[in-house]
Design a protein around this ligand. Structure first.
Ligand SMILES: C[S@@+](CC[C@H](N)C(=O)[O-])C[C@H]1O[C@@H](n2cnc3c(N)ncnc32)[C@H](O)[C@@H]1O
Length: 365
């Protein structure tokens, strides 16, 4: 379906087990979060925030978030899981479930674009361009490491056996050559970072870095428990119990109740922030949107988050590129110290391909 409508992200590849503990969201908190596919907006609401603003400059991302949101209020969990792709189903079943969700009168304007069955073929969580990229990545991968070997490596519980499988099948010139062809300036500039920022990417060559990310996630941590790794390398969830919190059966009632405290906003972060009162936001999840800002936009965004942040507010960001100095807001923010904590975040992050993380706290000025 090349050329057909599809959002960029349909699942958020940013580990909430890093974001959540960093932001320490409390029950009275107002949270400002980049939306992407919505997963971490749902998670922040599940953490008890009083209000979560899910914000995205891309209208189709917010449309997808609103569809997921409507799905969780309309469907039973088993239907929700099939529609999202947590559990297997046929395309006709998913298309029917999506049709049912789109009957919501508030989604009337989305029906035409979103009712294409191809969008739900593998589940709504797989409909995005990044999922398509990963699916093409897997086709190439399986030509050098057969799919059954990849799967066997991920499900293997014994760390020594996994290390042996990795050494035989992944620590090879063929696999490394595949990564170099799949992840280079032509394929990732404009997707992971803007093309103009590619030369500022910290981890160059990215393919070499990503090899190490995969090696540590496969050999040194537990791939059978890492649904992010399974999504990247297998394109599926191995176990419907090992999925993001918002897709878990036993959290569904909680999710449904929590989701009432979400509002969605199409717009760039700066313009949405400008609509908020001074000192009204307690936590910011900025993803890596600062990577996409040139100098002026970078400064303007920091000034605006500084104005909108309550004293004590936390701000979490991640980045693929080298750090930049804070603009004139210096003194208003304290950076979590720093290198040691960032190292831990990187090691614990089940996705692991971001180069840098920063946690800031708004100081009284
Ligand atoms: C920064 S990207 C990173 C995606 C993420 N790694 C994931 O796996 O979902 C997330 C979203 O930020 C949005 N975005 C980028 N710049 C933005 C801005 N200035 N304001 C609001 N949203 C922005 C993009 O449209 C995209 O949907």
């Amino acid at each position: 379906m090349s050329g057909a409508f599809r959002p960029t992200y349909s699942e958020t590849m940013e580990d909430y087990d890093i974001v959540g503990p960093a932001l320490k969201i409390g029950t009275n908190d107002v949270v400002f979060s980049v939306a992407s596919a919505g997963d971490n907006v749902f998670h922040a609401a599940m953490d008890g925030a009083r209000l979560v603003l899910g914000v995205d400059i891309a209208a189709d991302q917010i449309e997808l978030c609103r569809i997921k949101h409507a799905a969780m209020t309309t469907l039973e969990w088993s239907e929700f899981a099939r529609l999202l792709g947590t559990t297997p189903s046929a395309v006709q079943d998913r298309a029917r479930l999506l049709g049912k969700v789109l009957e919501d009168p508030r989604l009337a304007s989305l029906r035409q674009q979103w009712s294409a069955p191809a969008l739900v073929g593998d589940g709504l969580a797989s409909c995005g361009a990044l999922s398509l990229f990963m699916s093409q990545f897997r086709q190439g991968l399986y030509s050098v490491v057969p799919a059954d070997v990849v799967r066997r490596t991920i499900v293997e519980r014994d760390a020594n056996a996994r290390a042996a499988l990795f050494a035989t099948h992944f620590a090879t010139p063929a696999f490394i050559g595949f990564l170099e062809a799949a992840l280079n300036e032509q394929t990732i500039a404009g997707a992971f970072v803007p093309a103009w920022a590619f030369s500022r990417m910290l981890e160059q060559p990215f393919a070499k870095y990503f090899y190490e990310v995969l090696r540590t996630r496969i050999v040194e941590s537990e791939p059978a428990a890492n649904f992010f790794l399974q999504r990247i390398l297998l394109g599926t969830f191995l176990d419907p119990g090992i999925v993001p919190a918002y897709l878990q059966r036993d959290r569904y009632d909680h999710l449904r109740a929590a989701s009432r405290r979400i509002s969605w906003h199409v717009g760039d972060a700066l313009s949405v922030l400008r609509t908020l009162p001074d000192a009204s936001v307690d936590a910011f999840n900025l993803s890596n949107i600062l990577d996409w800002c040139e100098a002026k936009g970078y400064e303007a965004l920091w000034l605006e988050v500084t104005r909108a942040a309550a004293v004590g507010a936390r701000l979490f960001l991640r980045s693929f590129v080298a750090g930049r100095d804070l603009p004139a807001v210096d003194g208003a923010w304290r950076k979590a110290e720093a290198e040691a904590e960032a190292e831990t975040w990187h090691a614990r992050d089940r996705v692991g391909y971001y180069s840098r993380y920063e946690l800031w706290t708004r100081a009284a000025t």
